[in-house]
Design a protein around this ligand. Sequence first.
Ligand code: BES
Ligand code: MN
Ligand code: ZN
Length: 500
Amino acid sequence: MQLSFAAPGSVSTGAWVVGAAEGPVLTAAAQKADAASGGAISRGLKVSRFTGKAGQALEILAPAGVKASRIVLVGLGKPSAFDAGAAENMAADMIGRLSKAGESSVTFEIDVPKGAKLKPGALAAHLAMGARLKSYTFNHYRTKDLADHEFKLKSVAIATSDAAAARKAWPALDAVAQGMFLARDLVNEPPNVLSPAEFAARARQLSKLGVKVEVLGEAQMKKLGMGALLGVGQGSERESQLVVMQWNGARAKSAAPVAFVGKGVCFDSGGLSLKPGAGMIGMKGDMGGAAAVTGAMHALAVRKARVNAVGIIGLVENMPDGKAQRPDDVVKSMSGQTIEVLNTDAEGRLVLADALTYAQQKFKPKFVIDLATLTGAIMVALGSENAGLFSNDDKLARRIHDAGQAVGEPVWRLPLGPGYDKMIRSKIADMKNITGSTFAGSIAAAQFLQRFVEKDQAWAHLDIAGMAWQDGEQKALVPSWGVGWGVRLLDRVVADHYEG
Ligand code: BES
Ligand code: MN
Ligand code: ZN
């Protein structure tokens, strides 16, 4: 799909999309389209219920007097609420409809409605972003009926009074979209294809962008004492991997990096604590945290972010086998702490424990943010509207919260505390990996991770079990099962606070 920005001119082909705020209050472009079509919009308004609310559209097919195949008057809603996210959602929704309707080109001519805070260039760039995110497809495994699944729109033009500003704002958004597409691809890939080694091979590709990529295999991890991570992968035919990605873009070369850590369970069968059949479906997506970290590193490198950042992902497959880890096993983590594994399905925390230790010991980072599809319980609490946020640092937590709001990836903070920590005391080891109760499961998991966070280390944990994939198309900007959640959020945290 071709994207372009240009000054408004006459639309010579395809759909012409113009806007009206709630009322409806027609924008200047909408009035222009109305005049050009001999009042078709005015007549249409009289016979429709269109009021300009967000989500509404009035379509005029084959209007007389203009070359466009259709004019679409789209609702922009209340101007005060018309922000970057609203513009993206509107463009995505519109693009989806028009692609299904068989249009091959679309021109958006959306003026900033009076009272909205967006600048014209930013509005144009975010319309493009909405269109781009919606154009994603994952058709690698289809051999027939491709036409039913392809994205049909070929070109999207954004007519704007400030094309220069739009072109300037676009590359950073484009970089994020690329990172999100990478994350979506990784989450969508089936687990027979995306083994830990294959995931690592894809992460290696980031070296083309100037990212330094190192891959540690089982022998190296064993030397480092990563018994917690290795125990999880022990029942798999496929080798576990730890991938370390470094982007060094800061002006001060030796500046401490920010660190992102991702859970990369390429398939979670539960291990010997086997999941029931239905609960296993979708567990190819249990590497969504690792996908987000990889996608974020990709985005930072593409846009040459002025930051030192390190992404560390623990890649394993959790399988039952004669060699698999048993419930009752005790493993020793890289931190030296021992863990009684009472449920092999609580494996994500075991992988993260060693990845967190490695991140801190090796890099002394400014902060560590880990992302993980860690607990079903977080979906009981928050559904798919918010990721769960846990942190030992109020400032970092606020920054993550605000970045999430800004990019449409909201998070909700939950508590940590010594009372919860008691839940993971073990009879024979330093801790156990489950509580033995059904209460506060997501907090107990976060509490477990916190035991691997060193003194004075700023840390945040995002439980993204409800966010990494979606059934059906719930999100306007997300046309696939894999969401690519977290890439935008991490990029925004960096852009707002850690560059310069
Ligand atoms: N990967 C799952 C969490 C999950 C469940 C993600 C459903 C997305 C959808 C994780 O490894 C897991 O199995 N967690 C257990 C923990 C329990 C054994 C303490 C869970 O949530 O049931
Ligand atoms: Mn599990
Ligand atoms: Zn898991």
